[in-house]
Design a protein around this ligand. Structure first.
Ligand code: AOS
Ligand code: ZN
Ligand code: ZN
Length: 386
């Protein structure tokens, strides 16, 4: 039997961080379809993020990206967020959009380019000091396209050296979250291609370095929940970049392509105590053709639904079936939770939180979408291709 009060309490305290870049225009390398009313500056991205939190109640922080969200005064930006009921969250670095980074950033063969990249990462920690953000998220586009292009091992040494310098700059209560991705933009080798490489670097660095699992960054068929279980078991799961993929790094709404996979991941999170640990639940998505704010609300709700189902798994019945070697019963216990319609439960949770039980309908009715179309002209491109 599951304790419904405990399930509700866990759902009320869950926090999903939304990314500033998801509020801006984005597209593929073929076309960016501009939408009316998108934010023109970091402050307006925070205004939109505040709406997502207002209607879901569980999206209290916003991830920033430097330099896309670069401002003169980060304390003022933090105040802008707080005045609207949200806080600044993870700081995302960018060592991939400058011409200098053609052959890599922290793994580049030239020391001067590596210096530039590390200086940027150190500047991101300065930003964290100013915003009060706890986490620095590192994703490196570094890699090679052709066998022999560069020395695979030397690139690992350069990576290790750069990470150590940035790690040394972290203050108390600050973490470095290292993200892996198996390919793209490099096509032959990627310098942090998988959780094993990220884990090895984080282990060597120390307790403030942890691994980020971006759900879109795996080869088809990869058992992501196994990775989650392993990282949690080792105390090295720093967080998630949630999104959905059909083919590669599609950055579609989390839970849209494979809700069952999201449930399996969230079950391992629940099973491994990850809801109580310092695991950051972030979205890393782009909304190229759909309206952005409702898509982000939908995504937050999808995470909630998967979490609710994971919390509803009858853990004692599951353990008993597993201990008895009852394969079919064990599978049934898990599937019963997955097949539960948790929407009524979540409506109740929202009502108990003083929210409208239907966030999407409430958002549509509030007039914000019309207001931003009328007021914002010339919204900015997120800066991210796909
Ligand atoms: C890139 O593929 C990664 O998913 C990054 O996490 C992210 O999309 C980028 O750094 C934007 O901040
Ligand atoms: Zn990501
Ligand atoms: Zn990605």
């Amino acid at each position: 039997m599951t304790d419904l009060a405990a399930v509700k309490a866990a759902l009320k305290t869950q926090a999903v961080e939304t990314p500033s870049w998801a509020y801006g225009n984005s597209g593929t390398r073929f076309k960016v379809f501009a939408q009316e009313g998108v934010p023109r500056n970091p402050q307006e991205k925070l205004d939109d993020a505040a709406k997502v939190h207002e209607f879901t109640g569980v999206a209290p922080t916003v991830a920033l990206h430097i330099p896309w969200d670069k401002v003169e005064d980060y304390s003022a930006l933090a105040k802008h967020a707080e005045d609207r009921g949200v806080k600044l969250g993870t700081i995302n670095s960018n060592t991939f959009q400058d011409d200098a980074y053609k052959l890599g950033s922290v793994c580049h063969p030239e020391a001067a380019v590596r210096r530039k990249a590390v200086d940027h990462l150190l500047e991101c920690v300065d930003v964290m000091d100013a915003t009060g953000s706890a986490d620095l998220k590192l994703w490196f586009a570094d890699g090679t396209n052709y066998p022999g292009q560069d020395d695979i091992r030397a690139r690992q040494d350069r990576l290790s050296e750069a990470l150590a310098e940035v790690y040394g700059r972290l203050g108390d209560g600050q973490r470095m979250l290292l993200e892996y991705k198996f390919f793209e933009p490099a096509f032959y080798t990627t310098d942090v291609p998988d959780w094993g490489t990220a884990y090895a670097h984080c282990l060597k660095l120390g307790p403030k370095a942890q691994v980020v699992v971006d759900t879109g960054h795996h080869a088809p068929g990869t058992n992501i929940e196994f990775i989650v279980a392993t990282l949690l078991r080792e105390g090295k799961l720093g967080g998630f970049d949630f999104n959905s993929r059909f083919y590669a790094d599609d950055d579609l709404m989390v839970g849209s392509a494979d809700p069952f996979q999201l449930f399996r991941i969230m079950y391992e999170v629940v099973r491994g105590g990850g809801l109580d640990a310092e695991v950051a639940f972030m979205l890393d998505q782009c909304h190229n053709i759909e309206a952005k704010i409702p898509a982000i609300i939908r995504s937050v709700m999808n995470v909630q639904e998967a979490t609710a189902k994971a919390l509803l798994v009858d853990r004692s019945a599951l353990s008993a079936a597993q201990a008895a070697g009852d394969v079919l019963e064990a599978n049934s216990v898990l599937m019963d939770a997955y097949n539960t319609d948790v929407r009524p439960l979540l409506r109740e949770v929202r009502e108990e939180m003083g929210l409208d039980p239907e966030p999407l309908k409430a958002y549509r009715a509030c007039g914000w979408a019309e207001k931003i179309v009328a007021e914002r002209v010339g919204g900015e491109q997120a800066g991210w291709g796909a």
